[in-house]
Ligand binder design. Structure first.
Ligand SMILES: [Zn+2]
Length: 296
């Protein structure tokens, strides 16, 4: 939880801890941004994105993380994040449930990539694919972000993978993906080394595109696009849908389309945002089960 609203990696680490008896020596840092966790925000209470402060002195949170990362010669570093549901594997109409990235690094003045990191990234993706073959898998483009932690750690000489978990159509609450990520960490622990075909697997992954929308509603020749939102305020957690604003350069790719009768369509259309409870109350079968599956 370098970003306080991205708890899936935290849950996966709890799974790893609960399993006990690891083969390898792990250093776990489940929570880097406590003030962001309290507010369920990406940023710290000072408004800082810790993943853009790898090259600075301060704030304290990123200084502490750097001191951990530089304390030993680690064999692998994993930076666990969550991604929003707008990300989909390019060319597929399903959300990216797992995207990986082996960040670029600069060695002796030249941008390069780490083959061990790519091998691990491809291995992590294929281990999850073995468990959940129907989910979406992608890789982020490896543009160089010098202030991000992945690049910084890669340049320390530690093979580094940024792992971005997302939703699956039957797992908007991300419970199953956190469990699966925990299982993948267990498999890494047992294997100790990346798969031989890891680099090939990594390079074959489709790129992460950012034009997915969670829901398309249709009636006759009318249609509208909606994205799922989540909010946490002083102990209460709510979620729902809001009209989607087009993102990125591609045409929106809806993951699910529901055909509604005109009356229902017009009623939903009249508001820009619905909580899942409101949506459940006004809608008929298909949309009602969609509302029911949203995070609670
Ligand atoms: Zn993040």
């Amino acid at each position: 939880m370098m970003h306080g609203n991205e708890p899936t990696g935290f849950e996966a680490l709890l799974h790893l801890i609960r399993c006990g008896q690891p083969q390898c020596d792990w250093t776990l840092v489940p929570l880097v941004n406590p003030s962001g966790v309290d507010a369920f925000t990406r940023f710290t209470s000072e408004g800082i994105d810790l993943n853009r402060r790898a090259r600075d002195h301060g704030p304290l949170e990123s200084d502490l993380l750097k001191s951990v990362l530089a304390s030993q010669s680690f064999k692998l570093a994993l930076n666990l994040h969550d991604q929003r549901s707008l990300f989909c594997p390019n060319g597929q109409a399903i959300p990216s449930s797992l995207s990986v990235l082996a960040p670029r690094c600069i060695n002796q003045g030249h941008e390069s990539y780490s083959e061990p990191a790519q091998a691990w990234a491809g291995t992590i993706s294929s281990l999850m694919q073995e468990l959940e073959p129907n989910w979406g898998y992608a890789r982020f483009d490896d543009a160089y972000y010098p202030t991000a932690f992945g690049e910084w750690t890669q340049e320390l000489g530690v093979p580094t993978v940024t792992v971005e978990t997302g939703v699956a159509l039957e797992d908007y609450s991300r419970e199953r993906v956190s469990l699966r990520l925990g299982e993948v960490l267990r498999k890494i622990d047992a294997a100790r080394n990346p798969k031989l075909e890891g680099i090939t697997n990594y390079r074959k992954l489709p790129l992460n595109a950012s034009w997915g929308v969670d829901l398309e509603l249709r009636s006759g020749n009318q249609s509208s696009h909606w994205h799922v939102w989540e909010e946490v305020q002083s102990q209460s957690h709510s979620s729902g849908i809001a009209k989607a604003i087009p993102q990125g350069s591609g045409a929106p790719v809806p993951y699910q389309t529901f055909n509604l009768l005109k009356g229902e369509f017009d009623e939903i259309q009249a508001k820009d945002s619905w909580t899942s409870l409101e949506l459940y109350a006004v809608s008929s079968t298909c949309l009602r089960s969609f509302a029911e599956a949203l995070p609670k």
